[in-house]
Design a protein around this ligand. Structure first.
Ligand SMILES: [Zn+2]
Ligand SMILES: [Zn+2]
Length: 715
């Protein structure tokens, strides 16, 4: 371990530790805190506005207390403490104990200064006797600005950062840290020397701190670490050596094990050798360490040109803290299978890393973003996507939200009933008003209006409740049934503990599996083994165009036409006729219910629009719309409802297309470059079979001969 550079921390405090003892004691010598005042100066009340208003439900033993949001006395304490000179404070950990509330703040603020983030008092809990008994300090980027605050012309600095410490007063009358989150969702940088309010009067430059310097009293803080967190024994607690201060900050670099860097290098070299159109971008941090990576092979780049309407960005590995911090981009191909469009490895789920990754991908796809992006629910992701893809519709994956129901609502004794009400409101509402009423009824009836998770979901409803998404083309990538699971590349090929090296080794095989599935489906569609479900002309028409997998899905709608009945014309508004179609639908898994579907039909424009929104959500017409077309004597589906993305007769070659525009024929480098790229296509096609190989070889030989003759003539 290298020696720490700065020694200032040790100038103001002495730390002793005994490696073998558990628990062990550290003694920190610091200058005294001034007397605390309960009043607020004008400046302090200004600071109060910035205090996060995140409140949390108090634990069961907190019943005798009340809480005050923010703490003005604390803020004053910090602004008067001119001794923020620590260079290598220990990172906070659960079990550390302090003599006073102020000591905890002081300690966390020193740590924050060293790491490069600001501190905000999130919450202080008071007993009725006005005595503090619990506190929470957060990163200054915690929470989000309230609407009223957002109007002020100040830059947005809040990112909903989770980094914090929670601490409480113990029976021993000491303050113990009970919970710690060290990771930030944004970049923190000690090097930037960024100024935070909480680091005020650092370096003893202000009058106040000079006064403090003249006071020679020394206050002693005892730090106990009752819980040893370090899994490798007591090694890293050797504070006298200053080692713990050198802990690597992994929010700013990829967490690599021995040999990983080499493996990444080999991986990229291999892919590039096999595929000259392989694209990758590497992001290094200021120390030259690997921070983020993005790559996409030629096939993925071409695939995006065919299937660029909807893209899912899968961050499962980061959320579940997998060994491999993989982010994958995927779309859906002409068979409805997932198609891989690019990958990233990122240091952490910060806004900076996500933004970098999305920009890298945007470069790879030549600045043509998808129309819709589907991700998990995550504020950080939302911010980064809004930044890089401002015009794309950002949807939240419904199956992921369903997956989180037990974890968030499981504690309720009415769990099953609430879950059923939730499913009903989300999946079976045909109109916005219907959903709003069903949701309101659910939160009202079960007294869960204040449930934080549900509140956040409700605020985001336009991104995930199907009833709001009908105007966005989603190509069947958005789950529409309660039990529909969206496959994730990460979960297919990785488990939490898969090491990076193993992933890189398996990567080719994983991709091959995907390619083979597509090749098999192509074969299936070419041989036209599709079994007709009905004698319907609609099915016949599409069977000549669409792939079998899509036909099978569409076939269900054609079949469903026969369960629709009692079609009624409601009104006529100019060229548009409104119909209702009745259908017996299955609700909640078993009970059947009669439902009315409103369908708009415009015969002059050949337009048909059903309230169920299936065409946009799935990419083909629903039974209700088909019924109306049928009733109006239409023999064929109008062409605007036949999408080329599902067609089997579109030739999709996965060879990267180099357009020859911009070639300067006088420039030998351009000539070389262009010829090289053209020849790669011959190689790609020629290697596919022995026959092709022979043809390619023969033709190339011919070309070579011709070129030699031309050269001779020229001479
Ligand atoms: Zn933070
Ligand atoms: Zn419909």
């Amino acid at each position: 371990m290298p020696k720490p550079q700065g020694r200032q921390w040790y100038e103001c405090m002495t730390i002793r530790s005994t490696k073998t003892e558990t628990p062990f004691t550290l003694e920190l010598l610091v200058r005294p805190a001034p007397t605390l005042h309960s009043c607020c100066s004008p400046e302090i009340s200004h600071q109060m506005d910035e205090v996060s208003l995140n409140t949390e439900p108090a634990g069961e033993d907190d019943a005798d207390g009340y809480e005050i949001e923010g703490d003005c006395a604390m803020t004053e304490f910090v602004s008067q403490t001119g001794i923020m000179q620590g260079e290598n404070p220990l990172p906070p950990s659960a079990g550390m104990e302090f003599d006073s509330y102020e000591d905890v703040y002081y300690f966390y603020n020193c740590y924050a200064k060293q790491q490069g983030f600001g501190v905000r008092v999130s919450n202080t809990w008071y007993r009725k006797s006005k005595e503090r008994y619990r506190g929470k300090l957060s990163c200054s980027s915690a929470g989000f600005k309230k609407k009223s605050e957002a109007n002020r012309p100040r830059p947005e600095t809040r990112t909903g950062c989770p980094a914090m410490v929670k601490f409480r007063l113990m029976e021993s009358n000491r303050w113990r840290i009970i919970e710690v989150e060290l990771e930030h969702n944004h970049l923190i940088s000690p090097a930037s020397g960024k100024f935070y309010k909480s680091h005020k009067s650092i370096g003893g430059g202000t009058k106040r701190s000079l006064q403090l310097d003249s006071a020679e009293e020394v206050q002693k803080i005892r730090l106990f670490r009752t819980v040893i967190i370090d899994s490798e024994g007591n090694r890293s607690i050797d504070v006298d050596e200053g080692e713990s201060g050198n802990k690597v900050d992994y929010s700013n670099q990829l967490k690599l094990k021995e040999g990983d860097a080499k493996a990444v290098q080999n991986f990229f070299s291999r892919l590039q050798l096999m595929d000259p159109d392989f694209f990758y971008v590497v992001d290094l941090n200021e120390k030259g360490c690997l921070r983020n990576l993005f790559w996409a092979d030629a096939r993925s780049r071409v695939a995006y040109t065919y299937f660029s309407d909807v893209v899912a960005i899968d961050t499962t590995c980061l959320e579940n803290k997998f060994e491999v911090p993989l982010v994958s981009f995927s779309g859906v191909n002409h068979h409805g299978q997932s198609v891989l469009l690019g990958f990233g490895l990122i240091a952490s789920g910060t806004i900076e890393s996500y933004t970098w990754l999305f920009r890298a991908w945007l470069t790879c796809i030549l600045g043509r973003p998808p129309q819709a992006i589907i991700t998990d629910q995550c504020r950080t992701l939302q911010t980064a996507i809004a930044d890089v893809f401002p015009r794309a519709s950002h949807c939240l994956c419904l199956s992921q939200i369903m997956h989180k129901i037990p974890e968030n609502l499981g504690g309720s004794f009415e769990y099953e009933v609430i879950k059923a009400a939730f499913i009903r409101a989300v999946y079976y509402s045909l109109r916005v008003e219907e959903f709003e009423a069903a949701w309101e009824d659910m939160v009202q009836r079960h007294g869960i209006r204040d449930h934080k998770w549900l509140q956040a979901l409700y605020d985001d409803r336009k991104r995930w409740v199907p009833v709001y998404l009908k105007d966005i083309f989603l190509a069947g990538m958005f789950p529409m049934q309660p039990n529909e699971v969206v496959s994730s590349f990460s979960e297919e090929f990785l488990v939490k503990s898969t090491p990076l090296k193993e992933f890189l080794d398996k990567y080719d095989q994983a991709l091959q599996t995907h390619h083979q599935l597509e090749a098999l489906a192509d074969l299936d569609s070419r041989n036209s083994s599709y079994m007709f479900k009905s004698g319907s002309h609609f099915e016949l028409q599409l069977s000549e165009l669409y792939t079998n997998d899509i036909l099978r899905k569409f076939g269900k709608e054609v079949e469903g036409m026969y369960s629709c009945f009692s079609t009624r014309q409601l009104n006529v508004d100019g060229p548009v006729i409104t119909y209702t179609v009745k259908e017996q639908t299955e609700v909640d898994g078993n009970s059947r219910e009669m439902r009315d579907y409103e369908v708009l039909y415009n015969p002059s424009e050949m337009e048909v629009l059903c309230v169920c929104g299936m065409f946009n959500l799935k990419g083909y017409l629903c039974r209700h719309a088909l019924s109306i077309l049928n009733q109006n004597g239409m023999q064929e589906i109008p062409t605007q409802y036949i999408l080329s993305r599902w067609r089997k007769d579109v030739k999709r070659s996965y060879v990267y297309d180099h357009s020859c525009s911009g070639i300067d024929i006088n420039n030998p480098v351009h000539r070389y470059d262009h010829l090289y790229k053209c020849i790669v296509q011959v190689v790609e096609e020629g290697r596919k079979s022995q026959d092709r190989y022979k043809i390619a070889l023969q033709e190339l030989d011919g070309i070579l001969n011709k070129l030699c003759i031309t050269e001779d003539c020229a001479l």
